[in-house]
Design a protein around this ligand. Structure first.
Ligand code: RP5
Length: 181
């Protein structure tokens, strides 16, 4: 990631300049204890110049705040919500039940069950209420998926994604070359 970052910064930096004041992605998490995991995805959004907001919204401790957040999200201009939670991780599913926006769930690894509890809580949604679930603690993929979704209507993000993928491939091929030589 460290090597990919400066490359992205040089690509079409103006693409989202006009949108800078209006977040397109909302990152929410159940607790500040989720922040070390979720801030990695936030950094990816920064690297791609995606305007985003980040906050704590707990399904269990602040249920009314969760309702308000989910119901108002699309009216405030958000296009995608990334929701991270651990343990009885109800936040992504409950938010998906109250917003027409795509919701990406990040299962956060807790202390007791290694994140499998969070994964199952998030991935086993009933038909009709989708949550796109990424791997345990993988907020990187949540951010990359959100950027791909934005790319459907902001082509500049697709261009950036193509460069990101090319850079990733080049890095691996360099390693192959080093191993083979
Ligand atoms: C969940 O409970 C949060 O998403 C967090 O992963 C977990 C534990 O929260 P804390 O007790 O650390 O605040 O709601």
């Amino acid at each position: 990631q460290e090597r990919i970052k400066p490359i992205l910064a040089t690509i079409e930096p103006g693409v989202t300049r006009d949108l800078a004041l209006s977040p397109l992605v909302g990152i929410i998490m159940g607790s500040d204890s989720d922040l070390p995991v979720m801030k990695i995805g936030a950094q990816i959004l920064k690297d791609f110049c995606v305007p985003f907001e980040l906050s704590i919204v707990s399904a269990h401790r602040t249920p009314l705040r969760m309702v308000e957040y989910a119901k108002s999200a699309h009216k405030r201009g958000l296009k995608v919500i990334i929701a991270g939670a651990g343990g009885a991780a109800h936040l992504p599913g409950m938010v998906a039940a109250m917003t027409p926006l795509p919701v990406i769930g990040v299962p956060v690894r807790g202390s007791s069950l290694d994140g499998v509890d969070s994964l199952y809580s998030i991935v086993q949604m009933p038909r009709g209420v989708p949550v796109a679930t990424v791997a345990i603690n993988n907020s990187t993929n949540a951010a990359l998926l959100a950027i791909r979704q934005l790319g459907a209507f902001i082509p500049g993000f697709l261009t950036k994604m193509e460069r990101y993928m090319e850079t990733m491939e080049t890095e691996v091929l360099k390693k192959v070359q080093r191993l083979d030589s």
